[in-house]
Design a protein. Sequence first.
Length: 126
Amino acid sequence: MTIKAGLALLLFVATSVAGAAPFLEAGQLLDMWKSYKAAGQASPAAAVPESAFESYVLGVADLGEGKEFCGAHRVDRTGVLDVVGLYLETHPRNMHEPAAWIVASALGEVFKCKADPFTTLERPMN
């Protein structure tokens, strides 16, 4: 592959990724939340753990724990789902955002990480 062809390929990939849509937008996650909530109200057994809403939210929660938020794993799964569901219902302007960002934002508001004093201190210059 020539340098020119390699650069063209790199440029194509970079522009394709930069403009790529998220796998799931917050509006779609809100629809999943409404279905999950409705199924649970009809019959708690109907809101099976394998629901798309629950699976998505808990997956993002596992990935973000200790990085974007801290302590979400200390509450039961229903608490985590309710935090995200309430956030979705009360932030209608964010429905175009990636769903993962919404989950992290919701959990980050409730389960804030305490600052590590060693990472917030600046290193003295010699």
